[in-house]
Design a protein around this ligand. Structure first.
Ligand SMILES: [Zn+2]
Length: 71
């Protein structure tokens, strides 16, 4: 029996789909700021809260869409 692991599923943007309703966009990450907490993957660190990409989770797809205005 073979089954495709859910973490290998990608959507049309090449983004990873998580179990359930959560879709992560691996091109962005969330810092700890209350606003403007979405950072592109080429930013290592948030200048405001000081969190680094390494210690932060990937952003959720729906939040990235709002951030980009891509709805
Ligand atoms: Zn921040």
């Amino acid at each position: 029996m073979e089954s495709t692991p859910t973490y290998d599923r990608l959507n049309q943007y090449g983004e990873r789909l998580e179990d359930g309703d959560i879709i992560l966009n691996l091109d962005y990450w969330d810092c700890e700021c209350k606003q403007k907490f979405i950072h592109p993957i080429n930013e290592d660190r948030c200048a405001i809260c000081g969190f680094e990409q390494d210690e932060c989770p990937s952003s959720r797809e729906n939040e990235v869409n709002l951030f980009l205005g891509r709805v």
